[in-house]
Design a protein around this ligand. Structure first.
Ligand SMILES: *[C@@H]1O[C@H](CO)[C@@H](O)[C@H](O)[C@H]1NC(C)=O
Ligand SMILES: *[C@@H]1O[C@H](CO)[C@@H](O)[C@H](O)[C@H]1NC(C)=O
Ligand SMILES: *[C@@H]1O[C@H](CO)[C@@H](O)[C@H](O)[C@H]1NC(C)=O
Ligand SMILES: *[C@@H]1O[C@H](CO)[C@@H](O)[C@H](O)[C@H]1NC(C)=O
Ligand SMILES: *[C@@H]1O[C@H](CO)[C@@H](O)[C@H](O)[C@H]1NC(C)=O
Ligand SMILES: *[C@@H]1O[C@H](CO)[C@@H](O)[C@H](O)[C@H]1NC(C)=O
Ligand SMILES: *[C@@H]1O[C@H](CO)[C@@H](O)[C@H](O)[C@H]1NC(C)=O
Ligand SMILES: [Cu+2]
Length: 568
């Protein structure tokens, strides 16, 4: 076990060192002297462990993992129906990117699409000191023009399960996404890591075509959903399959990578332990199903202890919650677990009834394992969510809908000393003061629609200090500042409010947005410009920022399509 772990930890070649703040170095020897991660000791991780506060302690393995990704069109049939997909390396999902906690990642993304720009966001990665690698067009960089390459360099300062996806308008809905796994310790033991389980909704028509109707307000109904890139559709297609060995325990890494789908995940005949919410290990709790909002991840441990006398085949269900959005194949988005790998039969098992929860798991269940309280903060930042109906439907935050100019990203403006922000950049400046270094942001749904919005923030995990479907009242609200749930996506309940707190410790321009792709395109987003005067000093490759914009400026006059949404 010892040999295996440290072989994988240090097998990758050392390519380049990335300058980072607050990186402590550790030698291979000291790590080998530490506690070794194994099936019966998952809390261990060399000289670090599951108890390490990942905000304070940033391990460095000295290892750089280098990847190449190609954004390209591909004809694929995930559910038996052939479509022209936009992909990474021609597959759906794209290649799994893996690293160990403390590694550096260097990912070269080449845009081989004939007629779209692109940028890649590494969802949930803290990007400490590397905001230029956050991959948001119009915020952190210009889109990568067709034929061009941009290199993303960042440090794996957290561990767990996440994903990467295009942040260029609706593009990930056509297939530009993949898993991103950072190996590290866990809060419960398991035998086998089964890897990512990506739950997506799926359209037989390009999301760019659907956008023409979506921008009028009503969300389109997609035809299907897929698990790890596969599902059936009527008699067509096939299901993803997993094999269990009786008595073993399996870690599964659930990722909701949908554009407009909320899932209640379950496995017939099995309950499971939930051990992490997004990139935050939690005190394990047991569940028979789990509500997973767009952009969220849950790591679960499933014990292969089903009764197999009647059947050896069980459905794994991405239960579609129809009260959040419609789907034509809502009762058949599933995969198969087999205890007998020679079986080809469809399971006949029955499972959990899908409920109506469009929001998150109960806050009380999501107790972070490393207990951290919210520190001193200044004035609250409060913004109302509303909407406008003009030529098209847009959401407004604090009276303004996000609209970014791809050619003038916030980072380029900062480089050029041009920080008179256009109103529609929805900038909230955030700065620490002598007495506090925490920010609190409250978003209040004033639309009256009653729709739940999964809110994702870049550059930070946030502390969920308030989440309610009741009317926000500043006089009576009580925030939970004592080790509240911590993660990077949390739901804003319909007609209610979401209050989050985060540490002002990472200079950069950080997007906060609804992860329903239609809503993001309709402007439900803003950006925190955090510690503005310190941002430019964090850039390690200003030439890359400028050259990407120069190439984009050259491409724009010949591009086939103009920006027709918020840009993200
Ligand atoms: C992606 O494709 C490129 C060639 O286009 C190849 O060099 C690279 O190794 C592939 N990346 C992965 C992660 O498979
Ligand atoms: C991106 O490409 C698709 C075709 O794949 C097209 O429909 C869409 O309009 C393009 N969007 C932009 C902004 O280039
Ligand atoms: C949850 O399930 C695990 C594994 O079966 C078990 O050890 C544990 O006692 C259960 N916890 C609770 C609170 O039921
Ligand atoms: C199977 O394991 C789960 C926890 O992983 C536990 O809650 C459940 O009671 C077990 N079932 C049986 C039949 O032992
Ligand atoms: C099926 O399981 C057996 C026993 O564990 C194993 O030897 C065999 O390689 C497996 N076959 C496939 C196709 O996975
Ligand atoms: C909301 O807009 C007002 C007026 O433009 C501004 O003073 C305030 O700082 C904004 N608040 C937030 C949270 O954006
Ligand atoms: C705050 O949240 C944590 C995690 O959900 C929970 O354990 C704790 O009881 C909550 N405290 C209060 C006062 O609500
Ligand atoms: Cu939304």
């Amino acid at each position: 076990m010892k040999t295996t772990l440290f072989t994988t930890l240090f097998a990758a070649s050392i390519v380049a060192a990335i300058p980072l703040q607050a990186v402590s170095s550790s030698s291979i020897e000291s790590r080998q002297n530490g506690c070794v991660n194994s099936a019966t000791d998952r809390g261990c991780w060399g000289e670090y462990s599951i108890d390490t506060d990942t905000y304070l302690t940033i391990p460095s393995t000295g290892v750089t993992r280098e990847y190449w990704l190609s954004a390209e069109k591909a004809y694929l049939s995930p559910d038996g129906v052939e479509i022209e997909a936009l992909t990474f390396n021609g597959t759906l999902p794209g290649p799994t990117i893996t690293a160990d906690w403390g590694d550096n990642l260097v990912i070269h993304v080449t845009n081989n699409l004939p007629d779209n720009g692109t940028t890649i966001h590494w969802h949930g990665m803290r990007q400490l000191g590397t905001s230029e690698a956050d991959g948001v067009p119009g915020v952190t960089q210009c889109p990568i023009a067709p034929g061009e390459t941009y290199t993303y360099r960042f440090h794996a300062s957290q561990h767990g399960t996440t994903w990467y996806h295009s942040h260029f308008t609706l593009q990930y809905g056509d297939g530009m996404l993949g898993p991103l796994i950072i190996n590290g310790p866990a809060t419960a033991n398991y035998d086998v890591d089964l890897g990512p389980v990506m739950l997506s909704d799926w359209s037989h028509e390009s999301v760019f075509t659907l956008w023409y109707t979506a921008q009028q307000g009503a969300p389109p109904t997609l035809e299907n959903g897929i698990i790890n890139g596969l599902n059936t559709f009527g008699d067509l297609g096939k299901k993803t399959e997993f094999v269990f060995e009786q008595g073993k325990t399996y870690r599964m890494r659930l990722i909701n990578s949908a554009i407009d789908g909320h899932f209640q995940f379950s496995i017939d005949g099995h309950s499971f332990q939930v051990i992490a919410a997004d990139l935050v290990p939690i005190v394990p709790y047991n569940a028979t199903s789990i509500s997973i909002s767009i952009g969220q991840r849950y790591d679960i441990i499933v014990e292969a202890n089903a009764t197999t006398t009647e059947t050896t085949d069980f459905w794994m269900r991405a239960g579609w919650v129809t009260s959040c959005s419609d789907n034509d194949n809502s009762d058949d988005i599933s995969a198969i677990i087999r205890y007998d790998n020679t079986s080809t039969a469809d399971p006949t098992t029955t499972g959990e009834t899908v409920g109506t929860n469009c929001g998150d798991e109960a806050l009380a269940s999501l107790v972070p394992h490393v207990s951290l309280d919210v520190g001193t903060f200044g004035d609250l930042n409060v913004a109302d969510l509303f909407y406008e109906i003009g030529d098209s439907f847009t959401w407004t935050i604090n009276s303004s809908s996000l609209l970014l100019d791809w050619a003038e990203p916030t980072n380029l403006r900062l480089l050029n000393g041009d920080d008179i922000w256009p109103t529609e950049y929805n900038v909230i400046p955030i700065d620490a003061s002598a007495t506090n270094n925490w920010a609190v942001f409250v978003i209040i749904d004033q639309t009256g629609f009653g729709i739940t919005h999964p809110i994702h923030m870049h550059g930070h995990d946030f502390w969920v200090i308030g989440q309610s479907d009741e009317t926000y009242d500043s006089d009576t609200v009580v925030f939970n500042l004592t080790n509240p749930p911590r993660r990077d996506v949390a739901s804003l309940p319909g007609n209610g409010y979401l209050a989050i707190a985060f540490q002002i410790d990472n200079p950069g321009a950080w997007l906060l947005h609804c992860h329903i792709a239609w809503h993001a395109s309709q402007g439900l987003a803003l950006q925190f410009v955090e510690s503005e005067t310190s941002i430019v000093a964090t850039f390690s490759d200003t030439a890359a920022i400028e050259e990407t914009c120069d190439a984009w400026d050259e491409y724009v006059p010949v591009q086939a399509w103009a920006e027709d949404d918020s840009g993200i």
